[in-house]
Design a protein around this ligand. Structure first.
Ligand code: UD1
Length: 367
């Protein structure tokens, strides 16, 4: 039997937990010859390697080593280097996940070479064209031959955009596959001891979106809000390198140091961060994935953005979209501290088996 050569693209931190279960599942079948390509978009040890190690993803077969640059330069460099990979490897399928620059860059190269593209986490829409991720998502979906979705509203978004129904498959959430698989393992983390934290006695903050951290005015406003909340509860902020850079650039570090109950730390590995979330009173975030993870963990989540591409986490989960409105963020935080918050319901098919469904569909269609 001819094996299907399939290239899995991993570029940035949120990609790694999504390719892990797919790689695991692919390995169970004889019919595949998988190749992992890391674009090098994220390269720091704690933004990349630690995830490969903890999630048992093998070392990438190919690393394009592109590193950081402006959007155009980074995307273009990935495209140039990935074209050579496709010319040499001639895969039968390229699989991309999420909405980062690596996702659109590799999809575009593959589509132009008439190599089928599978997009995992298709159809999410924030309807905010100022987000680079929204542009990446829409274009990747347009280029894809298989569109695997996490929820039914994503199917509706795609159909509204004129995508052929036959290409769309509602399969569930691969990131939740990884979370469910690792929940037990996370208990071994020593992060609470290391940071001297007690279950339910702290909140977690993550903040890295350009809209929040690239403008001094917005970042200062959020920090003023955090200043008020940390009077009520300790806040731990594992800060993305982008955010750390902006905090230094805007000389905000002294202002932060004055807050006794607010602690900035370096980004954490998967298991430490999962354990930190699992024991938190609540989470404040501008991440996409964390809105979904907190819904499954039944931990209250306040999303510091004006909108979400993941509305199911609001309608069925623990998520409340609070924007950057100081009054609203403080009000919602205090409400949670009083014990008054909504509980999460598991969205349909977020059951740990999304990767099994994806691989089954590809096997049926492709081999
Ligand atoms: C990218 C994704 C974003 C995702 C985020 C998760 C795009 C457009 N954005 O944003 O959707 O939510 O990853 O982390 O693809 N840097 C380092 N070390 C690294 C990686 C980055 O120091 O390993 C610094 C560099 O200064 C770099 C900056 O972070 O310029 C931004 O990195 P980049 O990959 O451009 O975008 P992210 O903000 O990480």
């Amino acid at each position: 039997m001819n094996k299907l050569k399939i290239i899995l693209i991993a570029g940035a931190r949120p990609n790694f937990m999504k390719i892990a279960p797919i790689y695991d599942e692919i390995k169970k079948h004889q019919g595949f010859n998988p190749i992992i390509v890391h674009t090098g978009q994220h390269y720091d040890e704690n933004m990349s390697k630690i995830f490969f190690d903890q999630l048992s993803i093998p070392k990438p077969d190919i690393n394009l080593g592109v590193g950081s640059a402006s959007h155009a330069r980074q995307t273009a460099e990935i495209m140039i280097r990935f074209e050579d990979v496709l010319l040499k490897e001639k895969p039968g399928l390229v699989m991309v996940v999420g909405d980062v620059n690596s996702t659109i860059a590799c999809s575009l190269v593959a589509a132009k070479m008439h190599i089928p593209v599978a997009h995992i986490e298709a159809g999410l829409r924030s309807h905010n064209w100022n987000m680079p991720e929204e542009i990446n998502r829409i274009l990747t979906d347009r280029l894809s031959d298989y569109l695997f979705t996490t929820c039914k509203d994503a199917n509706e978004n795609l159909i509204k955009e004129g995508i052929n129904k036959r290409k769309i498959y509602f399969v569930g959430n691969v990131m939740i596959d990884t979370l469910l698989k690792n929940k037990e393992l996370a208990k071994k983390s020593k992060i609470l001891e290391k940071l001297k934290l007690r279950k339910g006695k702290y909140a977690v903050l993550t903040l890295h979106r350009p809209s929040n951290v690239d403008s001094k005015e917005n970042l200062t406003k959020i920090l003023e809000t955090i200043e008020e909340i940390q009077r009520q509860i300790k806040i731990i902020y594992p800060a993305h390198p982008r955010a750390q850079k902006q905090i230094n650039k805007f000389s905000l570090i002294d202002q932060i140091k004055e807050m006794e109950n607010f602690h900035i730390i370096d980004p954490l590995g998967y298991l430490d961060f999962l354990w930190l979330m699992m024991n938190a009173k609540f989470v404040l975030t501008d991440s996409g994935g964390i809105q979904e993870e907190t819904t499954i963990l039944d931990i209250p989540c306040l999303t510091l953005r004006r909108e979400t591409e993941r509305p199911i986490t609001v309608t069925q989960g623990t998520n409340v979209v609070v924007g950057n409105n100081k009054k609203k963020i403080i009000e919602e935080s205090l409400r949670i501290l009083r014990g008054n918050f909504k509980h999460g319901k598991t969205p349909e098919l977020w059951d740990g088996k999304a990767a099994v469904r994806i691989v089954k569909i590809i096997l049926e269609k492709h081999l």
